[in-house]
Ligand binder design. Structure first.
Ligand SMILES: [Zn+2]
Ligand SMILES: [Zn+2]
Length: 427
């Protein structure tokens, strides 16, 4: 294609700014801006035809109606929209008035070009305002999931700014029993804390069945330090309310919505949380992470290591225990859905592997049993046999009843790979 005749045809449609003249050729000569393309064509056409040079006034442009003269202004407005917010990455989107979109098609048709020749004004706007925003703030453009994103609504003359969530990964230990992982609203008053005009008698007016949770002991500190508007706690599974979480701790991600700070000192944050949680909960290994870590924490197959305090219905010798424990090690256990499990869940038989078991007798009626099992293995039932619904079981092998009196989780680890994959960390 010879560009000069096309440029003449475009100029003949009416007053055009350099950008609107150059944009139909946006896919030519990489490295030029559309404004430079348009200016070059305008100069070349004037020289070739030996005509007086008319630079064209962007405000008179019949296609964009002066929009290309306002890149700087929109970039400054975007900066203002996130004043006081900390971010490293951004993305700019533009909503162009429908009339201007129609003009773009008309321009090309009138000049005998394809209706989508070059690129649309929307794309040029995203790029040009984005470049300026980057220069003004030092932030980098990111097309995946940026810290902040903008929609420049040229039609409504408005900047819509979105501050995306920030994420902190860590592992928690729960050192006291009867603390649920997440807030547990009272089912009687549905969390309102009210019973008509009176406080709800079930929860003493607190709205919660348990006064504290791992979430309530950790997430508010992160939310406060990051100066966000809300937070969400994502755990890699959860232990029973009455179980302790010890050892390696359990992986989690705390998501802070609309944070004004995201580049926080995680060591200091860790100390702040641990002071706030006051020995009931402890966190460690805090790191800033990506949004992708939320899915990883929630979906990665994990194996668990448990420690169970067990009481027997008859006397057991150390030799019996060693033999029974040896028989369980490495076996595949069939477990029919236990009675204690939520009855809304469809009952079925699941099979899970017992990786490793160790038992230590305290006296003929009591033992401590450590089990390392595949995720989803029901430990209380592995010990008790659950009236024949779990096979094999410690009780079945010993020939006496066995009951778990206390259950703690010692480790939560990825079954095939660790949770801590460097690709998901920001620091
Ligand atoms: Zn224009
Ligand atoms: Zn209540």
């Amino acid at each position: 294609m010879d560009v000069l005749p096309s440029a003449r045809a475009l100029l003949a449609t009416g007053p055009l700014c350099d950008n609107c003249l150059g944009r139909p050729f946006a896919d030519r000569s990489f490295g030029l801006g559309n404004g430079e393309r348009g200016r070059g064509l305008r100069v070349a056409a004037a020289l070739a035809d030996d005509e007086d040079f008319d630079p064209g006034d962007p405000h008179d442009c019949w296609v964009c109606e002066g929009a290309t003269a306002r890149f700087d202004e929109w970039a400054e407005r975007a900066v203002e929209a996130v004043e006081g917010v900390e971010f490293d990455t951004y993305q700019v989107g533009t909503r162009v008035p429908p009339l201007v979109e129609e003009n773009e098609v008309l321009l090309r048709e009138d000049a005998g070009l394809e209706p989508d020749a070059g690129e649309p004004l929307r794309k040029e706007y995203n790029r040009e305002v984005g470049k300026r925003f980057g220069r003004l703030t030092g932030a980098e453009v990111e097309f995946g999931r940026p810290d902040v994103q903008f929609l420049l609504d040229l039609d409504e003359n408005r900047v819509e700014a979105t501050v995306n969530s920030a994420f902190v990964y860590g592992r928690y230990r729960k050192l006291e029993r009867d603390i649920p992982q997440t807030e547990w609203p009272c089912s009687d008053c549905r969390g309102s804390g009210r019973d008509g005009a009176d406080p709800c008698p079930t929860c003493d007016g607190t709205g919660y069945l348990y006064p504290e949770s791992v979430q309530q002991l950790t997430a508010p500190v992160v939310e406060d330090v990051m100066d966000g508007v809300d937070s969400v706690f994502h755990g890699a599974g959860r232990e029973d309310v009455d179980a302790l979480m010890l050892g390696t701790g359990r992986p989690f991600v705390i998501e802070v919505e609309e944070p004004r700070r995201r580049d926080v000192d995680v060591e200091r944050l860790e100390a702040d949380i641990n002071a706030f949680a006051d020995g009931k909960v402890e966190v460690e290994g805090l790191r800033l992470c990506t949004h992708g870590m939320v899915e990883r924490v929630k979906r990665l197959d994990a194996s668990k290591r448990y420690r169970a305090e067990v009481e027997f219905g008859g006397d057991v010798t150390a030799a019996d225990l060693t033999e029974a424990v040896g028989a369980l090690e490495g076996t595949t256990v069939e477990q029919y859905t236990p009675n204690r499990v939520d009855h809304r869940r469809a009952a079925k038989t699941r099979t899970r592997t017992v990786h490793d078991v160790e038992g230590e007798l305290a006296d003929p009626r009591h033992a401590a049993v450590e089990v390392h099992g595949e995720g989803g293995l029901y430990i209380k039932e592995l010990i008790s046999g659950d009236e024949g619904r779990t096979e094999p079981s410690l009780a079945g092998l010993l020939g006496v009843s066995a009951t778990v009196t206390a259950l703690d989780v010692l480790a939560v680890e990825g079954e095939d790979e660790p949770f801590e994959d460097e690709a998901f960390f920001l620091d």
